[in-house]
Design a protein around this ligand. Structure first.
Ligand code: AMP
Ligand code: GLY
Length: 422
């Protein structure tokens, strides 16, 4: 099979690494990719926003499957356009991608189909939102409806902070994403990332992970895209997984089919494990980054076969097998991230780090310059390892990270603390 992978981050490097192991793969292309992905794929200068160009390429190269990594092309309808051209695609339609693209859509769906989530109201103007906030009191959560690159959620500890968030969003602080806002109940508990493949009605559970959103050790500092993850999440017991599957994911897949927007792709449920059971924080319509990196290290089955079955609607015919060994990933980020940071510093020692037992170094924000690999983003490397237990996996990951010569980078030193101390 000839495959085109869309994306350029650490998530896509992990997908490329795993796809490259498939005996069914004859050729892998990636657009736009990065130097790490380039170890497994031919990099193509295609703009994923130019759907016509992507289709032309797929027809010319006789691509059998397009795998879409990030959410933006999905929310912009890339899967619809590929499907219309009869090109198989892993990733949901524009209508189904609203599960990530519109928080108001998802909250409405949860209310209609009785899916456990935080109580909420949607607002199109500030006065009603503020009155509701004053009536509910704090802590309370204010969310922009649309995609806001991780900046659309304000967990407000007091009413003034929540009202300021309302003003910021309605004054255009997040662009069109803040034209509608959702105000919702503050939930407490541990957060889990739960992944399921869905081909319409069939749901294949695809592993759990825990992310670390804050920039610094001890869960301090600003929110990021994620500074590290491990899989599985021990706190997500088989009983809790069963509840999440039966009460949240399956009803969502069923609802999307009933609404005429069947979901095809990976449904990533961000869950809060509350005292009343698992509740939905949000949906994403793509793999988590960096959660995907640890899932790929644990997956024993042929990823290509599974993704193709999802695209073809034959998910019922495949299974996913997982290694017992847990996996962990530590994000090596540019100093200053998630704020301002410099690009273009040289990274050394990637080969020695990658040679540590059980370790894969995935590249996220890099660029090549002759023989050099340069930093070219906020999150630059994902040092990923497995082990007989999480402590061993973690020791391997930090051993490898410390072999990388990149003074301009920083990482958290406590990835996995909840699972290791708990
Ligand atoms: P999101 O961008 O939707 O992933 O939200 C970012 C983070 O905000 C989540 O990972 C949670 O830690 C937090 N969050 C979102 N909604 C709630 C909520 N209703 N209660 C408590 N925390 C929340
Ligand atoms: N790691 C969180 C996300 O991918 O959204």
């Amino acid at each position: 099979m000839k495959v085109l992978l869309i994306g350029s981050g650490g998530r896509e490097h992990a997908l490329a690494w795993k796809l490259a192991q498939s005996p069914r793969l004859t050729k892998l292309f990636a657009a736009p990719g990065n130097p790490g992905i380039g170890q497994h794929a031919d990099l193509v200068k295609l703009d994923p926003a130019d759907h016509e160009a992507v289709i032309r390429f797929c027809l010319a190269e006789e691509i059998d499957l397009v795998v879409v990594g990030p959410e933006v092309p999905l929310v912009e309808g890339l899967a619809d356009d590929l499907s219309a051209a009869r090109i198989p695609v892993f990733g949901p339609s524009k209508a189904a991608a609203q599960l990530e693209g519109s928080k108001a859509y998802t909250k409405e769906l949860c209310a209609t189909y009785d899916i456990p989530t935080a109580r909420h109201r949607t607002f199109v103007e500030p006065d009603g939102a503020k009155a509701y906030i004053r009536q509910q009191g704090a802590p309370i959560v204010v969310k922009a409806d649309g995609l806001a690159a991780g900046k659309g959620v304000v967990v407000a500890m007091n009413v003034a902070e929540a009202e300021a968030a309302v003003d910021m969003m309605f004054e255009g602080g997040l662009g069109a994403a803040g034209a509608n806002i959702v105000v919702e109940e503050f939930m407490t508990g541990e957060e889990v990332s739960y992944f399921c493949l869905v081909d319409g009605e069939t749901v294949l559970p695809f592993g759990s992970a825990q992310d670390h959103k804050r920039a610094f050790d001890g869960d301090e500092g600003p929110n990021t895209g994620g500074m590290g993850a491990y899989s599985p999440a021990p706190v997500f017991t088989p009983e809790l997984e069963k509840r999440a599957l039966e009460e949240i994911v399956r009803p969502t897949a069923r609802a999307m089919s009933i609404l005429g927007n069947p979901f095809r792709g990976v449904l990533y449920a961000g869950l809060m494990l509350t005292s009343e059971g698992p509740k939905l924080v949000e949906y994403n319509v793509r793999f988590g980054d960096p959660e995907c990196q640890v899932l790929m290290l644990r997956l024993k089955s042929d990823l290509l076969e599974i993704l193709k079955a999802t695209a073809d609607g034959t998910l019922g015919a495949v299974q996913a097998e997982w290694a017992d060994d847990p996996a962990i990933t530590v994000v090596f980020a540019s100093k200053g991230y998630p704020g301002l940071f410099e690009k273009g510093s040289v990274i050394g020692g990637l080969d020695v780090a990658g040679a540590v037992e059980g370790v894969e170094v995935f590249q996220a924000g890099t660029r090549s310059d002759g023989d050099n690999i340069l930093s070219w983003g906020g999150r630059v490397l994902n040092v990923t390892a497995n082990g007989r237990n999480l402590a061993e996996a973690r020791a391997r990951a930090y051993t490898a990270l410390d072999l990388i010569d990149w003074p301009e980078g920083f990482c958290r030193r406590d990835i996995g603390w909840r699972a290791l101390n708990g």
